[in-house]
Structure formats: structure tokens, C-alpha cells
Write a protein that binds this ligand. Structure first.
Ligand code: BTN
Length: 344
């Protein structure tokens, strides 16, 4: 059709100045924003300045993710009214941040939002850009693990951060993110997640959210960090695969109700910007210490240099966990997997 610019149906293109939300997601938004009304495919195509075939392709992709779209001859198509869609204009209207979450770039499906955000940052995407996917096929966790990211049930997103910071101080971003997440979840739901070093949020001794910070930079200078956050929001217990059912939880499992993901995402981004203001290591350390039950309790940490057992005493000025061993010595743990005894 003349006058219509080519669309990017598969939608993993990264422009030289960043990333753009592909047509498949924009069709989901178009349907999500008019939940009760049927809308005709040509009208969506006109509104999005793309071809009917692209809209048809997007509808197929949305259905393949498991979303229910009904069709009525003459009237058009409609998304199931229960579907919780994150609409970017709605998010922007509720954001209230200066930089974080601007722009939001949304995908139906990606391997990993961290991977895409890294490519976008390398291509020049600006500080604050947030990359979000309804579904991640290969969500990355720490220590080479995968992160279960089913369509529409949680928040799977990555923020590009270009703060003036040395690489050695990027621990502040991870610990600060844990604090910001806990603050946002507490304010919205009234439950108090337990923050665990270095990057976890737990609720009722099960993992609620995880943070994966990946950095690029040389020497003393951080080029950019990609802060990846996964929050289990609206899953029921049965929605987790058998291998996670005893160890993972969601806000819904912990509170008995579902939450609008757009509101939570806006709250988290605002909370992050607040915690990062000034990037003050002492303030982040202090706030983190106030949200964890680890300090003063026994921990077991699997590190590259072998297991570390003892009582977690503090977090050092370099973000290391300070663990007092049975011999009275203090060990600084910079990276590792907290296990066993840490379930305090
Ligand atoms: C962990 O606890 O192991 C960290 C999990 C981090 C998961 C998030 S989901 C969004 C972002 N993209 C990824 O591939 N991983 C992070």
C-alpha cells in the first residue's frame, strides 16, 4: 500500500540510535487499549501506518503466545478482556521519572531483554531506555541459569544505565535495585519482601524477583550497565514448572490477588530513580541492610574459591558480603551463590 513505511514484523531490529517497538507489539497495544470494542484490521493498519498483512501476522504471533483474540465477521477482532497489556502511552503517563523508563521499548517475545538491551546500548541507545518482553525464550539468570519468563504473567525488562561510575562500583546498581524493588512491592501490596545478597527478593522463603546486572566498560570507566529485572507478578503456584514450584513465588501467590503490571512497572522505575539519586554508596548500603534478614544470621555461600560459611555481618564499601567465620576471621565475598543456611 502506498505511503506506508515498511514494518518490522519480527521486530528484533536495533537502529543505530537504539531500538524500536516492533509492529507485533504495537498491534497488541492497539487491541489492549480498546479492550471492549471490536476493531477492524484495516483500521489497525491505518492507525499504525503499516500493511494489513503485517497486522494479520502480528495477530498470529499474539495468538501463538497464548492470548485469546476473538473475531466477529464485519466487526473485526477483540482481545480477551482479562488480558493485562502494558500500553506504552499509559506507562509514560504514570511514570513520573526524569530518565528511567524513557523510552519504553516493548516486544512480544525475545530470547532475553538483557541481550537485546546490550545490543541496543552498543548501538547508542540512551540512558534510561527500558526494553521489555511479554515472553523471554531464554531469560538469563545469574551464574548461567535461565529465568522462567512466561507470557504476560510477570515483568521481564532491562534498563540501559549510563551513570558516571567506575566498574568497581556497579554493585550499587544491583543492591540499589533490590532496595527499589522491595520498596515498590511493599508500597503496592503491603507485603515485605526479604532482600538477599547480592540480587534476590524473596517472599515467604521463595524467590519473587531476580536482578542481573551486566556491565561494559574498561579500566575505571563504566560505558553502560544493563540492569535486568524479573518479577513474578500474576502467576499462580500451578503456573510454575515442577522444578520451581517449591522455590519460586509471585506477588499473586503471596497476596491472593492480581496486579496491573503497568502500575507496578511505573512504581519500580520511579523507585529506582529515587534510590539511584546521587548514587551514594553509604545510603544504598544502609537501605539494603535495613531490608535484609541475612545480617546477623548464618550463611553458606558457594564461591569460585570454595564454600564460605559463617555469620553475615555487613556489606562492605565495595559491595562485598562480610562473613565472620567460626575461626573469628572475616571473609569478603564478592560473588557467589547463597544457599542452605541462608534461608533465615
Ligand atoms: C537471577 O536471579 O538469577 C537474575 C534473574 C534476572 C532475570 C531478568 S528477566 C529480565 C532480564 N532479562 C534477562 O535475560 N534476565 C533478566
Amino acid at each position: 500500500m502506498s505511503g506506508k513505511r515498511p514494518c518490522n514484523p519480527s521486530g528484533t531490529s536495533v537502529r543505530t540510535d537504539g531500538v524500536e517497538t516492533p509492529i507485533a507489539y504495537r498491534v497488541l497495544e492497539a487491541l489492549g487499549g480498546r479492550r471492549t470494542a471490536y476493531v477492524r484490521v484495516p483500521d489497525i493498519a491505518d492507525a499504525l501506518s503499516c500493511k494489513h498483512d503485517d497486522v494479520r501476522g502480528a495477530i498470529g504471533a499474539i495468538r501463538r503466545l497464548g492470548y485469546s483474540i476473538s473475531e466477529r465477521s464485519g466487526a473485526g477482532i477483540r482481545l480477551d478482556t482479562e488480558t493485562d497489556v502494558i500500553v506504552r502511552s499509559d506507562l509514560l503517563g504514570r511514570l513520573g521519572t526524569r530518565a528511567l523508563g524513557r523510552p519504553p521499548v516493548c516486544f512480544l517475545e525475545l530470547d532475553s531483554t538483557n541481550a537485546l538491551a546490550t545490543r541496543a546500548a552498543l548501538a547508542g541507545a540512551s540512558h534510561g531506555t527500558v526494553v521489555l518482553a511479554e515472553h523471554q525464550k531464554a531469560g538469563r539468570g545469574r551464574l548461567g541459569r535461565t529465568w522462567f519468563s512466561p507470557p504476560g504473567a510477570g515483568l521481564w525488562f532491562s534498563l540501559i544505565l549510563r551513570y558516571e561510575l567506575t566498574v568497581a562500583r556497579t554493585w550499587m546498581l544491583t543492591l540499589g535495585a533490590a532496595v527499589a524493588l522491595a520498596d515498590a512491592v511493599e508500597a503496592l501490596t503491603g507485603v515485605h519482601p526479604d532482600v538477599r545478597w547480592p540480587n534476590d527478593l524473596y517472599l515467604n522463603d521463595r524467590k519473587l524477583a531476580g536482578i542481573l546486572t551486566e556491565v561494559r566498560g574498561g579500566g575505571d570507566r563504566l560505558d553502560f550497565a544493563v540492569l535486568g529485572i524479573g518479577i513474578n507478578v500474576n502467576q499462580e503456584e500451578a503456573d510454575f514448572p515442577a522444578g520451581l514450584r517449591d522455590t519460586a513465588t509471585s506477588i499473586r501467590c503471596g497476596t491472593g490477588r492480581t496486579y496491573d503490571r503497568t502500575g507496578l512497572l511505573a512504581d519500580v522505575l520511579r523507585s529506582l530513580e529515587h534510590v539511584y539519586a546521587g548514587l551514594d554508596a553509604e545510603s544504598i548500603r544502609g537501605r539494603w541492610a535495613g531490608k535484609t534478614r541475612m545480617l546477623g544470621n548464618p550463611v553458606f555461600i558457594d564461591t569460585d574459591a570454595g564454600p564460605v560459611r559463617g555469620v553475615a555481618e555487613d556489606v562492605g564499601s565495595d559491595g562485598a558480603l562480610l562473613v565472620r567465620g567460626a575461626d573469628g576471621g572475616l571473609r569478603r565475598v564478592l560473588a557467589g551463590d547463597v544457599g542452605g543456611d541462608a534461608k533465615v
